[in-house]
Design a protein. Sequence first.
Length: 193
Amino acid sequence: MPDSYSNFQELRLHEQEGRDYRIRTSRNWHSVLIIAPHGGKIEPYTSDIAQRIAGEEFAWYSFEGIKDVDVRKLHITSHNFDEPLLLKGLQQAQTVLTIHGLKNSTDEFLMIGGLDTTLGTELQITLQDYGYIVKESGQKYRGVRTTNICNRGRTGKGVQLEISFALRKRIVEDTECGVRFTDTIKSLIKDRS
């Protein structure tokens, strides 16, 4: 399904902050930025996962759909996502990780994309070692455009995690799974910082 809005400026002309969407961030920007560009009701649980990975150590940003009808209209594809506050935060970010949601509600898996293939490969190997299923990213989920929000930090490369609905739900609702998932990612990022 194509996006209703081609960029944030267009979205802002038709949707109202505080009624249709909200933007939440950590208190300070950081060299590591964890992003949920389709949070809230757009891609459920992505905001929670981004905040959990960031914890107190890293910065996080979440654009969240909060309206009850037509929430999908708030989805701006990642290579067009240009919300000004996030762009400001990206100016300080060396490591960028975006959390996205796939619709699959029965299978627990994720796909890893983005131009930071070194961190992406490390994440894939480590998450698979912990029993998570990592599938090859299809063309739509590779996150390789330079304008993709995951690749707009200072290094020009980041990582995009596409997580199935079933796995997102389990990460948030199953404490052991959630801690294992977020701590694994956090430790890999800390090792690089």
